[in-house]
Design a protein around this ligand. Structure first.
Ligand SMILES: Cc1cc2nc3c(=O)[nH]c(=O)nc-3n(C[C@H](O)[C@H](O)[C@H](O)COP(=O)(O)OP(=O)(O)OC[C@H]3O[C@@H](n4cnc5c(N)ncnc54)[C@H](O)[C@@H]3O)c2cc1C
Length: 513
């Protein structure tokens, strides 16, 4: 069978690219190694009767323009009316319930000092001025900066003009904070430790950065600029809508179809060879797998130009995240706010506790007191667990892929013990409510989901690996030096997270060939 385009991987980016291309008249097949579509955004049963919404938690990054262009709303995708907010508990206090909406933040935190609320309003107002500029940059294909043609020059000129349009004071402030560490940025504005933890924590998720690392403001702004409304039903609901849209557009989806090789002859793609020995032909192959897997595992070494091989070799993708899925008798409750059953929780005493949690990975160790990002999806999606029971999906920061001594059974158990200790410190009734747990280390991420070094974003988010440098100079516009081979996963601009953006931008690049 011959196809116009083969897409490798049925994660949200692969499905987005495939659907956009099929809608433009191409004959497209998606090949997925697992028996489940959705990649990291697939719902999985981890204990009889208990399911996750996906390995991921946050869906506020899905681009509204892509929801529209793929017709996802007509295929069941609904956006949440209100933010769930993230709750930062305090062992001896009311904690802080964080909302992007400053008015909602004020009413949700009646005991917080008035100066903090005022500072938060000003902070949101400042972000409201700069994030439209950042999201414009995130939503456009990086310009070809070294070409002599007009396209790159024009994009750079437009970016420069909109930067100047920010006005003198805002522009100066953006230039000042851009390379800063998020700890300094927040300490200049706030006093509340819980508030600073809630704001700083997402900027270090899936990075090799602590809040005192230079460049952590950039990852903070990246998330803020991508945030819109969350999807009802979480990552699994995004996958369901994408699958419906792909099927309607005529995409062929083959599960249990692992790709072993991308076949290349004379510098051009011929198609792929599957693990079962079958060949499928197409002049265009778009890989939604990470760049190291794509170039070092799918290609014969002789097909990779030396200069590109070196660019890919130096991409940093040191996995630092683990996950624990817990089946619970009751949702998580916190003595400081007995009336609340929060859906999203971020732990940490203060900024320095996040820094200490990060410190460990520099030395190949897991955090003594990890920072946890927890979601209790069963508060809004009842059918993920038996009646009145609950699920807690816990992302653990930091647990290095390259753990000293390796990830053996003892290390895995120790990770579970440390996570439970943190949770029990906030929720005294937690341990008596546990029915079962599953622990996934970064090595499990690699084995189960095909993530090189277990890296959740297919490559670290850091100043040296963003925009025209993602994943590398010669591949930052989705096209690669191998004729017909494209990248369409999170390793490409604008990076990881459930956004569908790399998939959509790669589809545009393919349409323009
Ligand atoms: C634990 C964890 C937590 C995260 N939390 C969040 C979060 O809360 N919010 C957020 O926005 N982002 C989060 N991320 C990051 C983000 O989700 C990823 O950047 C993104 O999901 C990757 O999507 P993708 O479509 O690019 O690739 P993937 O979802 O990785 O899809 C690639 C697909 O390729 C398949 N594949 C692999 N090898 C082969 C092969 N040989 N042949 C065929 N198919 C193959 C895989 O099975 C997979 O289905 C998280 C990631 C992880 C791991």
């Amino acid at each position: 069978m011959h196809y116009d385009v083969i897409v490798i991987g049925a994660g949200h980016n692969g499905l987005t690219a495939a659907t956009a291309l099929a809608q433009s008249g191409r004959k497209v097949i998606v090949l997925e190694k697992r028996e489940l579509a959705g990649g990291l955004a697939a719902s999985e049963e981890f204990y009889p009767g208990f399911r996750t919404q996906g390995l991921l938690q946050e869906t506020a990054g899905v681009r509204p323009s892509i929801i529209t262009s793929l017709g996802l709303r007509n295929r069941g995708l609904q956006l949440r009316g209100e933010e769930a907010g993230s709750f930062v508990p305090e062992p001896d206090g009311p904690g802080v319930h964080l909302f992007r909406d400053a008015a909602r933040f004020t009413s949700a935190n009646p005991t917080l000092a008035d100066e903090e609320k005022k500072a938060y309003h000003e902070f949101r107002e400042f972000l409201g001025r700069i994030t439209p500029f950042i999201s414009t940059v995130l939503n456009q294909t990086p310009p070809p900066i070294t070409d002599k043609g007009t396209e790159g020059a024009w994009t750079l000129l437009k970016t420069g003009i909109s930067l100047r349009a920010l006005g003198r004071d805002t522009l100066h402030e953006l230039l000042r904070i851009g390379p800063m560490c998020v700890a300094d940025f927040l300490n200049e504005r706030f006093k509340s430790d819980a508030l600073k933890v809630g704001l700083a924590a997402p900027s270090i998720h899936g990075t090799f950065l602590g809040p005192w690392s230079a460049g952590s403001v950039a990852t903070f702004l990246l998330r803020e600029a991508a945030a819109s409304k969350s999807v009802v039903g979480g990552p699994a609901a995004v996958t369901r809508a994408l699958l419906a849209s792909a099927s309607e557009a005529g995409v062929t989806l083959r599960m249990n179809a692992g790709v072993r090789r991308i076949r290349v002859s004379g510098g051009s793609v011929l198609g792929v060879a599957l693990d079962n020995g079958e060949n499928i032909d197409a002049m265009i192959v778009a890989s939604a797998c990470d760049p190291k897997r794509t170039f070092f595992q799918f290609l014969e070494p002789g097909n990779l130009p030396d200069s590109l091989s070196e660019q890919i070799r130096i991409i940093k993708m040191r996995g630092t995240t683990a996950a624990v899925r817990i089946a619970l008798e009751k949702p998580l409750t916190f003595p400081g706010r007995p009336e609340m059953t929060p859906e999203e929780i971020l732990t940490g005493k203060d900024i320095d506790s996040l820094e200490k949690a990060y410190d460990a990975v520099k030395y190949g160790e897991m955090s003594e007191v990890p920072h946890l990002a927890i979601k209790v999806p069963t508060l809004s999606e009842l059918d993920l667990a038996p009646k009145d029971k609950h699920v807690a999906e816990v992302l653990v920061h930091f647990a290095p892929y390259h753990l000293k001594g390796g990830w053996n059974e003892a290390a895995r158990n120790e990770l579970g013990v440390r996570v439970f200790k943190v949770l029990a410190g906030y929720c005294p009734e937690f341990e008596s409510s546990v029915i079962a747990k599953e622990i996934l280390t970064p090595v499990d991420f690699e084995e189960r989901y095909g993530l090189t070094e277990g890296h959740i974003h297919h490559g670290e988010h850091s100043l040296d690996q963003l925009h025209t440098l993602r994943p590398s100079v010669d591949t930052s516009r989705y096209r690669t030096p191998i004729e017909g081979l494209f990248l369409c996963g999170s390793g490409s601009h604008p990076g990881g997270g459930i956004t569908c953006a790399p998939g959509a931008m790669a589809a545009e690049a393919i349409k323009n060939t």
